[in-house]
Design a protein. Sequence first.
Length: 233
Amino acid sequence: MTGLTIDDLTVRLAGVTILDGVSLRVGPGQVHAVIGPNGAGKTTFVNAVTGLVRSAGARMSLDGSSYRPRTPHHAARLGISRTFQHPVVFRTLSARQHVLTGAAANRAGRDNPACDALVDALLDDIGPGIAAEFGLMRVRLTDLVRALAGTPRVLLMDEPASGLDEADRQRMLERITQVREAGIGVLLIEHDIGLVLAVADHVTVLDDGRAVFSGSPEDVTGDRAVSRAYLGR
Ligand SMILES: Nc1ncnc2c1ncn2[C@@H]1O[C@H](COP(=O)(O)OP(=O)(O)O)[C@@H](O)[C@H]1O
Ligand SMILES: [Mg+2]
């Protein structure tokens, strides 16, 4: 099966079960949104899939080959890149220099001209200067262009629109659409349901470490488990 498939992902940290048997698939060129309240385990999911935290007993595969991420660098070399909820950029480097650091992940020589074109467009958008001078939007775009520079097959985006004003949220949504149009599978974490309905092909709702909903964006708003997750018990 093409794309990223995660089966039965469980994460326990310090004796606490943070994620409990979560399964999902991100197909090529698809946006799979993962939404849920704060503390639901969304970031931990991305951390586990990219080898930043250890998981128990999950089956993970990319384009039909099973993998076990040892480190985020290892995951990125396989073609699984991510952006960060709280991006940390190299303060003294330009966006173009961030691209050089990200490109090192593509030792396998994956080829994707649409992804290369998007990297160039993002560099134009970010413009010159070093990251220490960037506001939040340019920092988020720098994190994104760094991740895309590795020519990923799948990109996991952890709340790329958080903290942005409405105009920048829309610009970020357009960029996410372009990532999917480049054939890259996108796992999009967001806690604003409204934002994801516009772009998602599939939605998983996490609540307290469990997937309480998996289905189409059309069905998510009427779902009772979803309202419970958002409105409290
Ligand atoms: N390293 C850790 N050790 C123990 N608990 C953690 C650790 N990291 C996260 N958690 C807990 O796991 C839960 C899920 O966190 P997180 O994945 O950041 O949620 P989300 O991204 O959905 O807001 C929270 O209760 C958080 O406090
Ligand atoms: Mg988070």
